[in-house]
Design a protein. Structure first.
Lengths: 326, 509
């Protein structure tokens, strides 16, 4: 277990050190108006939505599934909430809007679960449906406009501070809750059993279908909350860009964290590390001033390196060469 | 059937070892043109390995393969096919979304101007189909045809090239009687054209209907080659399972046999599933060990899966404790106190990447639901109890099950169900592939459980084991329940029933 997390930890430290070299003040924290500011806090704050989605994705992937629709679901949550709030500055309206959005997300999760567990459609295809259709739904809700709101209560979700940014507190709370629920109850073990061997689990009497259904609903609700954070941070819902490609970042975070796409054993700590690596990487691109046109290439190189280091085959090949040279 | 023509295939002294297993030891095999030759043997006897050695999938460690008198060494199935050895496997290995003609000629399509000449391809495919008397449209898509026709298309593909040897590896396992008759008609046509056909099937009736000669293997060694007309069924079976009839009779029944007369725990009335097992009646009493005997493919596992709800029955009903039970799946069977250890430990039994502890409590936990976890204390005491009771090694509850030996994996699977305290325990091949010590422990455990009042349905390919352990033996043949024997019956009696020859006298208890 520890061994599995060793490389992600080293990668994260390396990235942070690189930032420190380029920007000596990167680790500096300062308190202003009771809020904590600094490079590290920025990483946490900006990484919160990805982390949240990656937590849901971890459980989905543990059951041998994948959820490509999370970005679209995030956009729907943002759209529904902002349209509901409209021009109202009320706390109540904001809360109601968010509640409606999250219930809707749960329904969308039920839909994904129905396609996967109910109809037996391959998860990648089943969730692709909502990935493409979801953006259309969000566009429909916003009527193709960018919906801006001016609601202090809503702004707290993505941009607020309680010493630390509220968004990261939410994500960490969900992480803790999931860790507690899956490891203190038998849910984690049953999820892993379904992921490792669905047929054996069925014959042992595990309610595989219900479990798979549940993780898709949970992933969709996580995506919904992430969508609220994203739109709240800028007080606007944009059906086209909210949560765009965030499913890729989330999947990457899970994989970097050491959870196999083949399903089975999962690591929430790994997912946390993976999310931090991805966000630190994005931040690094800005701090060290990588030219805009090579940003994606730079990210790609780092991701490929981390993945190669984790692959036993690649490591074997590398150490073989070292032995051969020496 | 004189032996005048020289054999088209001759394999001499073939030996092949896989890590830890001697798959084939010094096996000789001959195949003559214009004959249907059955390769016989129980599971693991080396039939598939021998076929794969012939078709170039495996390279033998020693020995030689002669094709039409010339020594050959194929390093791939493609080479074997070019030399005229075509193989049709049990499961149809074709592309369902392509047309019949494309499937028949895939990889050797007639060309024209650098593209495929489709009219020529359809014409050629129609010729091949006509040769075996199959009349379907070559331009139709394969998946629109039933599986039996797809099988025939696979044969057409095999004979589309110049084919001297046709290997049919269990082609009939998914066919019904009419379809088998059609397949046999085609086999006879090909045989009369001089093609040598190597045929593998677990259905004895079919073997005796179609084959001219047979070679029997057991545990990777050659038992003998016989003309089908000269080998009686019961002789064949005793050769396959490896006991002379005399010694079979001599085996003494050491364990005490008790006829159980308690109330019926589980009763099946006309329970059946099309294509799996014909409707059967069965009573199982508390404290009784019921043995299921029959050759591979006789419907042993299928029967067990119906009792457990792993597959849904499409006829009949299951009555537990006098109350009809509608099995919607394994969960309802488990709730009724039925447990099932699958013969496929890795695929359907254990969760390889989880620990011994997790595997052990999985069924119990599943029954309780996720929100009511088995407490650490209960888990530990259960794990401690069963690690010791079944002598599971390593006795480390955190060891991943994948790292355990076959015997220990089997014990973990058993323990998983014992934890749930079942009233009926179904054991499908619980002793297969495990060492002799573990085997004895498991047999002992079955006896102990029965003495404590658990009903056990015991399935094993080893008749000796079934006869020794069971209070009553249910005999299956060709997916039908054909008889019930009382405890104390001899292996001979079971063998005769399996062989399908009339039993000399009604078995008295």
């Amino acid at each position: 277990m520890k061994n599995r997390l060793l490389w992600p930890i080293l990668a994260l430290i390396a990235l942070l050190l690189l930032n420190l070299v380029v920007t000596p003040s990167f680790f500096a924290l300062r308190i202003q108006d009771g809020h904590l500011y600094g490079g590290l806090v920025d990483v946490l704050k900006n990484g919160a939505p990805t982390l949240l989605i990656a937590i849901g994705m971890t459980l989905v992937i543990a059951t041998r599934g994948i959820d490509l629709s999370v970005g679209a679901v995030a956009a729907i949550a943002a759209a529904v909430t902002c349209v509901h709030i409209g021009t109202s500055p009320d706390v109540g309206t904001a809360l109601a809007g968010m509640a409606i959005a999250l219930v809707l997300c749960a329904v969308l999760g039920l839909w994904n679960g129905f396609l996967v567990a109910g109809l037996g459609i391959q998860p990648i295809i089943a969730t692709l449906v909502l990935m493409t259709a979801g953006r259309g739904i969000a566009m429909l809700v916003t009527e193709g406009q960018i919906i801006t709101v001016n609601n202090d209560a809503y702004r707290q979700v993505g941009a607020g501070f309680v010493v630390l940014p509220v968004s990261i507190l939410i994500s960490l709370a969900v992480l803790g809750l999931v860790a507690l629920t899956t490891r203190k109850t038998a849910l984690g073990m049953l999820i892993e059993a379904v992921g490792v061997n669905p047929e054996a689990s069925r014959l042992a009497g595990v309610r595989s279908r219900t479990i798979i259904w549940t993780v898709y609903v949970f992933a969709a609700v996580c995506a919904g909350i992430a969508g609220l954070m994203i739109s709240s941070n800028v007080s606007a819902a944009d059906a086209n860009s909210n949560g765009l490609w965030i499913e890729m970042d989330a999947i990457l975070a899970v994989v970097i964290g050491g959870t196999s796409l083949a399903g089975g054993r999962y690591s929430l700590t790994g997912t946390l590390l993976g999310s931090l690596i991805i966000q630190t990487l994005t931040t690094t691109v800005y701090t060290i001033g990588v030219a805009a046109e090579v940003t994606l290439v730079f990210k790609a190189v780092v991701v490929i390196t981390v993945c190669l280091i984790q692959s036993p085959k690649a490591r074997a090949a590398l150490s073989f060469r070292k032995v051969a040279v020496s | 059937m004189t032996e005048s023509p020289p054999p088209v295939v001759e394999m001499r002294g073939i030996s092949l070892a896989f890590p830890g297993v001697k798959a084939l030891q010094d096996v000789d095999f001959r195949l003559f043109p214009g004959e249907v030759h059955a390769l016989m043997g129980e599971n693991g006897a080396g039939k598939s390995t021998l076929i794969k050695t012939l078709t170039g999938v495996h390279t033998p460690d020693s020995g030689s393969v002669l094709l039409a008198g010339e020594s050959v060494a194929f390093s791939s199935p493609g080479q074997a096919q070019q030399a005229g050895i075509s193989t049709v496997y049990q499961e149809v290995n074709l592309c369902a979304n392509l047309t019949v003609a494309e499937n028949i000629l895939l990889g050797r399509e007639p060309r024209k101007f650098g593209g495929i000449d489709f009219p020529a391809m359809r014409k050629r495919a129609a010729e091949v189909l006509a040769r075996i008397g199959v009349h379907i449209d070559p331009a139709s898509v394969l998946e629109t045809h039933p599986i039996a026709v797809q099988q025939l298309v696979a044969i057409a593909r095999a004979i589309a090239v110049d084919c001297r040897v046709l290997v049919l590896d269990e082609p009939t396992s998914s066919l019904d009687a009419g379809e088998v008759a059609e397949l046999f008609r085609i086999m006879r046509v090909l045989r009369d054209e001089g093609v040598a056909i190597l045929f593998v099937s677990h259905f004895l009736d079919q073997i005796y209907e179609i084959s001219d000669r047979m070679t029997v293997l057991r545990n990777g060694t050659l038992v003998g080659e016989h003309l089908t007309s000269e080998l009686e069924r019961r002789e064949l079976i005793s050769k396959m399972i490896g006991r002379e009839l005399g010694t079979l009779e001599a085996i003494e029944d050491a364990s005490e046999r008790h006829s159980v007369s308690g109330p019926v725990l589980v009763r099946a009335e006309g329970l059946g599933r099309r294509g799996a097992i014909a409707p059967f009646d069965l009573d199982i009493r508390a404290g009784e060990v019921v043995g299921l005997a029959g050759l591979l493919g006789s419907g042993r596992t299928e029967l067990a899966r119906l009792l457990f709800g792993a597959d849904r029955a499409d006829s009949g009903k299951l009555i537990v404790d006098g109350t009809p039970l509608h099995l919607r799946g394994p969960r309802s069977a488990i709730a009724a106190g039925i447990a099932f250890c699958s013969e496929d430990r890795k695929g359907e039994g254990l969760v390889a990447d989880l620990s011994i502890r997790d595997n052990l409590v999985l069924a119990m936990q599943a029954a309780r639901g996720w929100s009511r976890p088995v407490s650490r204390k209960v888990k530990d005491s259960l794990v401690e109890k069963y690690l010791a009771a079944l002598d599971i090694r390593p006795a480390n509850p955190d060891a991943l099950v994948r790292t355990l030996s076959g015997g220990n994996q089997q014990k973990v699977l058993l323990a998983r169900w014992l934890v749930t305290e079942p009233r009926l325990l179904i054991l499908d091949e619980p002793t297969r592939g495990i060492d002799i010590g573990a085997k004895a422990q498991i047999q002992q455990l079955v006896t102990t459980l029965a003495a404590e009042g658990t009903a056990v349905l015991f399935i094993s390919a080893e008749l000796e084991e079934v006869v020794r352990i069971a209070d009553r033996i249910v005999v299956l043949r060709d997916r039908h329940k054909i008889a019930e024997l009382d405890g104390g019956s001899t292996i001979d009696q079971v063998v005769e029933l399996i062989a399908g020859e009339p039993v000399p006298e009604e078995v008295a208890s």
